[in-house]
Write a protein that binds this ligand. Sequence first.
Ligand code: MOS
Length: 703
Amino acid sequence: MTTATTGTPTTRGSVGTPHTRVEGRDKVTGAARYAGEIPFAGLAHGWLVLSTVARGRVRAVETAPVLAMPGVLTVLHHENAPRVDSDFVGMLGSRPDPSVALFQNDRVPHLGWPVALVVAETPEQAREAAEALVVHYEQEPHDVAFFAGHPDAYPVEGHTPGVAEKGDLQAELAASAVVVDAEYTTPEEHHNPMEPHAAAARWDGGRLEVVDSNQGTTWVAGELAKLFSLDPDSVRVRSEHIGGGFGSKGVRAHQVGAVMAATVLQRPVRVVMTRRQMFTLAGYRSPTTQRLRLGADADGRLRALEHSCLNLTSTVHEFVEPGAAPARVMYDADAHHTANRVVRLDVPTPTWMRAPGEAPGSFALEAALDELAEKCGIDPIELRVRNEPERGPLSGLPFSSRNLLACFREGARRFGWADRDPRPGLRRDGRWLLGTGTAAASFPSGAGPSTAALTAEPDGTFTVRIAASDIGTGARTALTLIAADALDVAPERVRVRIGDSDFGPAMIAGGSMGTRSWAWAVQIAAGELRERLALGSGVPPEGITVRSDTSAAIGALARKERHSFGAQFAEVAVDVTTGEVRVRRMLGVFAAGRVVNPLTARSQFVGGMIWGISMALHEEAVRDGATGGHVGADLAGYHVATHADVPLIEADWIDDPDPDDPVGIKGVGEIGIVGAAAAIANAVWHATGVRHRNLPIRPDRVL
Ligand code: MOS
């Protein structure tokens, strides 16, 4: 794939050199405003009321006493809320989770389901009234029990992300000299971005304007237009600064509630989720149970690979955590069977959470590889060398580039892997047992169609307008550097405006595809603008604006296996008296395309690896079968790695530009977490001689 600008020399060289965030000063001084704090004249405040039963029907909502409370303006519920249409397929090819079709019927499919919205003059009045609102339910028995071999589990339809098979599994297993057959589990995990979900909606001259915190303004605007049967051009969604998303910030109950209330009251209304509400309204990562069967010859070459992953979903929407997907890319085998299954329970619908599929799937797959290496008496890295595929194991497609082994070589050198004694349980430092482990990482590299506008201003500066989202990744800064190089000017002469659906269709910040997708559009626009400027007729007072659209270019991409790869290394210490596991150091080496801004890219990798520590040792949302809800739905009860848990972490990368991308980008957003938990679990085995196949590796499980 080539464009007019491919290969344009980037003489200024902003891309590839570290830059602090262009909005960094605004963020640390408080000048950057977030959706929950942007002022509106006449703003009213909505507070969501969530069901206290895990299954049943709403019999009655006692609105009268609450409507008499100070400041209360309205109470919306299933009998009086505006009707919405949730029967559509949105921009990303999926149907909306019915939990966003607020108050459309009396069904309660899980605990924490939105049943009413109380709107008042102040947030305090809304909250007090919401807590006083009495809702009567007709309760039904619920079932939230998730376990391996659930009788109601069914295979997901479709090749991806469902079932993919080649070869005779039983025959190859029978012919294998070494077999690993193990079951792994990962718990329910929650994103918990620092900034809770928040949206303010108002009608302004016949247009609906929503100020929100989301991962894609044109996406959210499109979904709201469909839900409320509005002309897409009459909906504007802005999302200038976002305090984290991780997959959770799409169309959710808060925006829909704000739009409903703003419509009913004809004044601006804001709805903010509480931290506790985020545990049922913001999506989460399904728990998984995974079975791995690996069969190999004595030299470690795989004959059979089976990876089946079971996850849960709600009774109202099918969401799949495709944990068996990474095996389709990582390793080949004569018999290769992967399957993702789901079971429907009375729980909220899960959603994308950073590295959906890859994060839990890589834990099981890469831990099983480590078990195979042990059984074969082969170094874990050498085992991966022997099983490196030439082409996509199931697709047969060539890899756009695959530098996994280069990552292992560089990582092994820097980590000091060559000196490692493979035998477990031998190294001691006082009461600590020490061990090291490694694992591979991969994540798909994709791009979504985007449009951009680029203006040459009469004062010699340039303005980029694109409906990109900077969810904390540094995307705004990356796009500034890309535009600067493509225009051959200093980054100080480029201003990048993002987070506004009026800028036109653009990919979301998701799937590690944001920066790549937007950069493509910016690069094309910059090339055309340079051609216009080269004609030399000068810049008129209104500037010169060119627009780009990458739909055709992305549609014409050759079919290849496109992925980023990486190698994770961890050293742990295990306290034999308390069972505490402490990570002492981690190293990740990635081949993830051209790195635009080393400063923020490193933060992305390191952030993912820290999340891997969290996943390996801390994170676990515990569901109580009796109530159907969580035990401790807050950041006290839900443990994440804190500073004291995070040791020296190094992330680096090797040169790996995508040959088919105009900027060479692959995407760095999610791969940092992939394989990280497996590297830690493998290190715990090396320290103790005990395999931990259930996450998190809590002290009580170690002892
Ligand atoms: Mo990401 S889980 O695609 O926001």
